[in-house]
Design a protein around this ligand. Structure first.
Ligand code: HAM
Length: 411
């Protein structure tokens, strides 16, 4: 038997209904904040992703040559593509631009619970605004969106300037290595790296910074930071909006394009793969031939939110089964039309089996049966049977519809 590729999933109808409910809650919040949906290709020139992050990232991606010999990659994330699109299509549009997306990404990772090779992100990008209030808007929107899903989470907010100020005298490749250690909370690796260049003191400052939860203290550890005023403004805005977060100056973010504010969200009930959101302020447009537009955004790991929410989110849809004889089929089709027009979910029995067998099937799949035999066809009525209580009665189709609709409202 053929199976799906490693790290991918199939979604049955119950699960798809749950996913759509949560997706639409996120969409609705994005709309209320003025973010409009964009869509970019599933694959891009490989260069789009290696330009900033280097060739090393190829290991983590699905990369292929097309028949024209072009090097392409399935997108591992959407931010770079959105900024490429901004440079190609919307450079001269009035700013800031508020864009959002809900799309699948592909990463060649070792699959486990909450970590897939194909997964979905709901993300937003705020392009062309370089202020404390832009940073704050993105964090507030993230919190609003996660709250709308009902997931229970912790939000951690930081800023790269603290860390960067401490390591600014190191050579660039070494800076990257130190940031990678910090991102993974790999203090052993950090100590080894710094020992090899005789800078153990720096290690102690970095670890104190990672453990520090107080803004004033972080400024003391990291020294003079030009963004100090902006950081204060962002934090003040978050506090006055009542956003629930904690400060964390150890957030380094795995992707290489962040420049300032960074933040991450963690679900409280997931195991190792508990990061459900990542984002921050970044600059990418200049790399793709555009202006140096400051941007800010985040992406929610949609699949992890669904895992965290657990049980299915379905609204109970009332299902009406039509059970009919062959003579009754044309009348039944008309009745089905009336019910569907009213917004009900109607499933016709498509077999030639008898009414008894049809009813027994309906009792497993539906809430109501509309039984239409010769008697109902002649009178223009229907027999409505409540499959949960067993009650039944013969009514005209519109009265039956009112009966079913009022049950849906109660349910
Ligand atoms: P990221 O942190 O790499 O950021 O990914 C965002 C979220 O996608 C993660 O927090 C996680 O929930 C989810 N995610 C990542 N990898 C997987 C996986 N293999 N399986 C399931 N979920 C996964 C970005 O992608 C940035 N583009 C976010 C951003 C937008 N920054 C600025 N704007």
């Amino acid at each position: 038997m053929l199976q799906k590729p490693r790290g991918t999933r199939d979604f049955l109808p119950d699960e798809m209904e749950s996913r759509r409910i949560i997706e639409w809650r996120m969409r609705e919040i994005a709309r209320r904040w003025g973010y409009r949906e964009v869509c970019t290709p599933e694959f891009e020139d490989l260069e789009l992703f290696t330009m900033r992050s280097g060739e090393g990232i190829i290991e983590e991606m699905y990369v292929f040559l097309d028949k024209g010999g072009r090097k392409l990659a399935l997108r591992p994330e959407i931010t770079a593509a959105v900024i490429r699109m901004y440079v190609n299509e919307a450079k001269v549009a009035p700013k800031p631009l508020r864009w959002c997306y809900f799309a699948d990404c592909f990463r060649y990772e070792r699959p486990q619970k909450g970590r897939y090779r194909q997964f979905w992100q709901f993300g937003v990008e705020l392009i062309g605004s370089d202020t404390a209030h832009a940073d704050a808007e993105i964090i507030m929107l993230a919190a609003d969106m996660l709250n709308a899903t009902g997931v229970v989470y912790d939000l951690k907010v930081g800023h790269l300037s603290f860390m960067k100020n401490l390591i600014k005298d190191l050579e660039l490749p070494l800076q990257r290595r130190v940031m990678a250690h910090l991102d993974k909370k790999d203090f052993e690796g950090l100590k080894n790296t710094l020992e090899s260049i005789n800078m153990m003191d720096l290690g102690n400052s970095l670890i104190s910074l990672v453990e520090c939860r107080d803004l004033g203290e972080a400024f003391e550890i990291a020294g003079a930071i030009p963004e100090k005023e902006r950081i204060h403004q962002t934090i003040t805005a978050l506090d006055s909006a009542g956003v629930s977060y904690s400060l964390n100056f150890g957030i380094a973010r795995g992707l290489d394009y962040y420049t300032g504010m960074v933040f991450e969200g963690f679900a409280q009930n997931l195991g190792a793969e508990n990061q459900i959101l990542g984002g921050g302020a970044y600059r990418l447009a200049h790399l793709f031939g555009g202006d140096d537009a400051a941007s800010c955004g985040f992406a929610i790991g949609f699949d992890r939110v669904m895992v965290s929410l657990g049980e299915l989110q379905n609204k109970k849809d009332t299902i009406v089964a039509i059970v009919c004889t062959n003579e009754g089929r044309l009348h039944a089709l008309n009745v089905a039309k009336i019910f569907r027009k009213a917004g009900l979910r109607v499933e016709m029995d498509l077999t030639d089996r008898g009414l008894g067998a049809q009813l027994s099937h309906a009792s497993k799949t539906a809430d109501f049966a509309l039984v239409i035999g010769q008697r109902e066809t002649e009178s223009g009525n229907v027999t409505l049977k409540n499959l949960n209580s067993g009650e039944q009665g013969t009514l005209d189709p519109h009265s039956a519809l009112r009966e079913v609709a009022s049950y849906g409202a109660r349910g």
